[in-house]
Design a protein around this ligand. Structure first.
Ligand code: GLP
Length: 240
């Protein structure tokens, strides 16, 4: 795992973007895995800027996303689809039908199977972008005794509902279920770009760097199994 420490959020976002810009210059038909959450917003801004300035183009690339809430529709401004449209897809040149998010109108595993089929056809990504839950979750793979290999319907933990309630009017409005890629899917990328910023991510970053074990109660520990991980952190996340 390569740990890249930046002085602040902006520098971290820029450094991560530079890595991806170079990758896309080398391979215009790159396959992306995108993440939501507040952390990758700066990275997406930099990518949109790089395309606007003619450095790169997303015209020949395609993407999948990690996860989505269940029980809010795609047009809702709290959906991850809306987030991706606003922060990236509407700003860059992906061709129609080349970006994909999981979608489940209700908590039924049949929607997870559908997404697995799409992922199997999509194949290995060139890069998967990842944020970190403060409890060490990856996508919506929550700390548990067992982790899912493939896409599943997830009951969100109290901790995650609390952490994500900052985006909603109240905690009661946060969906209780989500659909998420499983761990095998999350890791099916040549390179993982993990981003963590701010003091509230210090504990999780410290555990990733310092703990020498891998266990499902801390999903982020599995990052050590992947041979090509870039962990971009700012000083607040690194030092606390
Ligand atoms: C959600 C997403 C995760 C993301 C996490 C962190 O729970 N499902 O994929 O990593 O938020 O969010 P933030 O970047 O806002 O801290």
């Amino acid at each position: 795992m390569k740990v890249i420490v930046s002085k602040d959020y902006d520098e971290m976002s820029k450094k991560a973007a530079d890595l991806i810009v170079n990758m896309l210059i080398d391979k215009p038909q790159a396959k992306f895995g995108f993440a939501t959450g507040s952390t990758p917003i700066g990275l997406y801004e930099n990518l949109a800027k790089a395309e606007k300035e003619g450095e790169i183009s997303f015209k020949y690339s395609k993407s999948v996303n990690l996860d989505e809430y269940i029980g809010i529709d795609k047009e809702n401004d709290q959906s991850y689809q809306y987030f991706m449209n606003e922060n990236l897809f509407n700003k860059v040149s992906f061709k129609e039908g080349t970006t994909h998010l999981p979608y489940a109108p209700e908590a039924d595993e049949k929607y997870a199977k559908e997404y697995d089929k799409l992922l199997d056809e999509f194949g290995q990504r060139d890069v998967q972008i990842l944020g970190l839950g403060p409890n060490g979750h990856l996508a919506f793979n929550e700390p548990a005794e067992k982790l899912n290999q493939r896409t599943s319907i997830i009951k969100l933990t109290e901790e995650t509902i609390k952490a994500n309630s900052r985006f909603f009017e109240s905690e009661e409005d946060v969906p209780k279920y989500a659909i998420s890629m499983g761990m095998a899917d999350v890791f099916n990328a040549k390179m993982l770009v993990v981003l963590a910023s701010g003091k509230n991510k210090h504990e999780v970053v410290k555990r990733i760097i310092e703990e020498g074990t891998i266990y499902p109660e801390f999903p982020a520990s599995f990052l050590h199994l992947h041979p090509n991980v870039y962990l971009f952190v700012d000083e607040d996340a690194y030092q606390g």
